[in-house]
Design a protein around this ligand. Sequence first.
Ligand code: FAD
Length: 474
Amino acid sequence: MLNVKTAPDTIEAISDDVLDDFEKKIRGDVLRPDDERYDEARKIWNGMFDKYPAAIVQCQNTADVVTAVNLAREHDLLVSVRGGGHNVAGHAVCDDGLMIDLSQMKGIHVNPHSRTARVQPGVDLGDLDSETQLFDLATPTGIVSETGLAGLTLGGGFGWLTRKYGFTADNLLSAEVVTADGSVVQASEEDNADLFWGIRGAGGNFGIVTSFEYRLHPLDRTVLGGVLIHPMERATDLLRYYREFTARAPRELGSLFVVRLAPPAPFLPEAVHGKPICGIIVCYAGDVEDGERVLQPLRDFGEPLADKIGPKSYVAMQSMLDQGQTDGHQYYSKTEYLPQLRDEPIETIVTYAATISSPITRVVLMQHGGAVRDWNEMDAAVSHRDAEFVLALNNGWSDPADDERQIQWTRDFWTAIRPFATVGAYVNFLSADEGQDRVRAAYGDEKYRRLVQLKNKYDPTNFFRLNQNIRPSV
Ligand code: FAD
């Protein structure tokens, strides 16, 4: 069962006296079930997870995180860690345990001289972009500005700038980590290099990251980006063309193919409102005139229902998709990497995507490649640098009564596409019900073995287990 709704009369995992004492030791607030702020604080992006922690600690600094980790360890409490709360698997919240909420730790400091940024773990992508763009700088992240930077980085992270500058994790220079025994350690190529290798892709398995240092790159404030919308009947031809077009795309170009139900937008013919449509979304992060030349053949293909590509600020580009899958709906996703876009997977994608039934659902196929291959596969835990495309079946709907039907639709689609996929998967897109084999496959056997050794060293009791879990062997 995915959607376990629990509204307990009492949560007795920890006594009030212990929480009173804890509260006195920290800067942040401790929210208990009778606190009026508790219900808001336990909500996460995926409304499927309606869970009730024994307490929520809203940390203000690293010392609060250390005190919270020590409390949970000493009282044998289950711990969930919340960054931006956007993970589809819902691991940021738990029943009965301690929810360590980092969302108020929002400090960002950009150093334009060294082209680096120090960032706390409650920052979302939009927070970071608006600070770095003050200096015409950026680091690659994701494509929805409200996503938490912490979870995204720790799982790998990709978006419009990834083909130019690599995964988000590739641009992490150092981190401060609170480990399960309450120690505060530094992780970088120089300090605890093994831990640094693991946190760049294996999520929160080894500790709580309280500070991230990123490498920044020059990026003009204006990029060329937007969407080309086509009728669903053209989806097969469009995907075949997209295959050719992306094969010669420069690194400056980030792009994806998407299917969704058409919104009742004035720029779309009424006849398609509420029906499946397909499109290509692009972001050219380079000289705008060069981008115009690169994108012209794509814009000339077929007769788009709408061409909404134009120069815009990078910050606007980063928030362009924010209204698509907003907080609190029911979400379930499946994901695969595709080694190449052959005709058969194209047919499968088009056949299933044409049966989308919810306005919140998105089927997304994003091009990979480019700079991610400037690093070797064993350079960090983040994996599958050779994949050409990542497919995300991001299903969303509003009514919990539709859970079974919508989950089944996603699983059927996924089952049909799997024969064309690699054996791996992107860990940040995995659902809560994937199982240990999928986590192992997300890294491959060799890396998984190394991650288990790291887990044995840094978290032998599996204190941090609400995640796509690397199980210790000791
Ligand atoms: P949370 O739910 O807060 O955390 C997820 C898990 O990460 C936690 O359970 C914990 O195990 C761990 N964690 C979080 N913070 C810390 C920390 N400070 N220290 C240790 N562990 C921590 N991914 C992409 O790569 N590219 C995209 O373009 C992209 N777009 C997305 C769009 C939407 C609308 C959504 C919902 C997700 C998207 N994702 C994307 C996936 C995203 O990377 C993951 O959902 C990621 O986990 C979000 O991080 P978070 O901090 O918001 O998550």
